[in-house]
Every structure is written in structure tokens, then in C-alpha cells.
Design a protein around this ligand. Structure first.
Ligand code: ZN
Length: 293
């Protein structure tokens, strides 16, 4: 291998590159002959399969959407997950088609938030075997955040306010629920203006404690994931069996239901005819806000 690492590439000079100063390219380690199992592979428990619906901001029959466990630097970071334990290339046609629909729907919901210019959609999957797509919102006007370094900036920027974060979550959840499924993110008023905010605070802390092992940003979740020695979440081998059952069931269901699903999709879209109006309003109000700044 290289004794002297190569010079740093040109992108370190780009305005969007978050770091400056003297940089060196790391020495590349030798490739391993066999890669370690990801979460949800081999004996490793699957975080997604074990997560209850109330850990998500919106749930449907075959898809769930979750947030980080606290605000991060970007206005919105969400993860779209299939309910069944499958990776991207393993999706049956029904789920593959629905992934497209869900991706478009979620992108539009996030882009309609105040102060969001663009939504970056990513799938890495190096940390977990269970399909999860990342949706990262780029703040309006922050040209320096354009492009592939957005996921780094999410961990660098100061977190947005929790009230704004919760409001954004509730709006996205409500948007998705117009097409079906169940919104689980509550409107912020309930938690922020009620005098009984102490109990809300307590339940949030409880929630945070329960989700302690969840990733707090895209970087921590997918980019590195060294297998830690204290990997206390490897609880039971039994989960592997459970995963396999879910997968088998889903494939059968997916095949059998695929015609129905098309119908029901059509119905769902038809059931929310007001959605285009909502989009128009959201866009208009964003434009007003923006021009006011
Ligand atoms: Zn899973």
C-alpha cells in the first residue's frame, strides 16, 4: 500500500467541505476477508424489527417513518423503514413499488416544511441489514450545505430547537397520514404549553432512555459502526428466527395482495384530493416567509 498517503483531493477546497486546515488522507487498512454481520444479520439483533410502533412518527401497514431521538443540526432528518426485515435488493415487487411512492411522498412532505430548500435521499445500509432510507432536509439559503457533505453538517451544526423539531415532526406525520396509516408525532402545543409539562418531560426522558442505543445522526448510524466490544444489544438469538418468519410471511402476503394493493393505493390517493391544495398553500406560505427574511 502507500507509504505516503496521496494528496488530499480537490473537494477539500469546496465551500461545502466542512473542515479546513491541514488535512491528511488516512492510511487505508487492509480489506478483511469476511465482513462482520450488520445489525439484523447473523446473531445480531435487529433494532428495527424490535422497535414498537410508538418509536415512530408515522406507521402504516408495510412502512414506518422514524426520527432521531433528539433534534440535530438539520431542520429534519427522517428514516423510512419497511416493516419486514428485508434489504433493498430483496424487496418483492409490491414493496419495491411502494418504496417509490413512499419516497416521493416523504420528500414532498419534508420539502413543504418552513425553511427547507431540498431533501436529500440516501441509502447506505452498512450499519443495519434492515432497509432504511435517510431523508435529510437542507435549510433554505444555506448554499454551503449543498451536496454530499450534508450528512456531515448535520452533526456539526448546533441542533435546532426542540419545539421547532417537534412541530416539524408533527407536520410530516400529519401529511403522511392524509394518505393512510397512523400519525404518532404529537402537535407541539400539547407538550409545550400545557402546565402539566412536567409529566410530558418525564415521559420524554423515559423515551430518551429507552432509545439510548438509537443513532443520533446519520454519521453515527451508518458511516462507521465498528462492532463495539460492549455490544449489549445482542440479546437473543431467538430474534433471528422471528425475523425469518416475518420475512417469509411478508413475501407470501406481498405476492397474494399485490393486485389489491394497487387498488388500495389508488383509493388512498383518491381519498386525499385536498392534498394538492395543501401543497399549494404550504409552498406559498414558505415563499412568503422566505421573502420576508
Ligand atoms: Zn429487521
Amino acid at each position: 500500500m502507500h507509504d505516503t498517503p496521496p494528496a488530499v483531493p480537490d473537494f477539500t477546497q469546496w465551500p461545502s467541505f466542512p473542515f479546513e486546515g491541514d488535512l491528511r488522507v488516512k492510511q487505508l487498512e487492509d480489506p478483511v476477508p469476511v465482513e462482520p454481520p450488520r445489525k439484523g444479520e447473523g446473531h445480531r439483533e435487529c433494532t428495527a424489527c424490535n422497535a414498537p410502533d410508538d418509536a415512530y412518527i408515522w406507521v402504516g401497514e408495510r412502512w414506518r417513518v422514524r426520527a432521531m431521538d433528539r433534534p440535530t443540526g438539520l431542520p429534519m432528518v427522517l428514516i423510512l423503514e419497511s416493516r419486514s426485515h428485508l434489504d433493498l435488493g430483496d424487496l418483492p415487487n409490491l414493496l419495491a413499488a411502494e418504496l417509490g411512492v413512499m419516497t416521493v411522498r416523504l420528500e414532498r412532505a419534508i420539502r413543504s416544511l418552513d425553511g427547507v430548500a431540498r431533501v436529500h435521499v440516501n441509502r447506505w445500509g452498512d450499519g443495519s441489514a434492515h432497509l432504511h432510507m435517510w431523508f435529510l432536509a437542507r435549510p433554505y439559503g444555506r448554499l454551503q450545505l449543498r451536496g454530499t457533505f450534508l450528512s456531515l453538517w448535520d452533526s456539526i451544526l448546533p441542533p435546532i430547537s426542540e419545539s421547532q423539531w417537534r412541530e416539524n415532526l408533527a407536520m410530516v406525520a400529519a401529511w403522511l397520514a392524509e394518505f393512510g396509516g397512523r400519525p404518532l408525532a404529537e402537535p407541539p402545543r400539547i407538550q409545550w404549553q400545557a402546565p402539566s409539562s412536567l409529566s410530558a418531560q418525564a415521559s420524554r426522558e423515559q423515551e430518551t432512555a429507552e432509545q439510548q442505543e438509537e443513532p443520533v445522526s446519520v454519521i453515527e448510524s451508518d458511516e462507521e459502526t465498528p462492532v463495539p466490544a460492549d455490544d449489549s444489544d445482542d440479546v437473543a438469538d431467538a430474534e433471528v428466527t422471528a425475523d425469518a418468519t416475518v420475512t417469509a410471511d411478508t413475501e407470501v402476503t406481498a405476492d397474494a395482495d399485490s393486485a389489491d394493493a394497487e387498488d388500495s393505493n389508488g383509493d388512498q390517493e383518491g381519498a386525499a384530493p385536498q392534498h394538492d391544495d395543501a401543497t399549494g398553500e404550504a409552498t406559498a406560505s414558505k415563499a412568503q416567509t422566505t421573502s420576508g427574511r
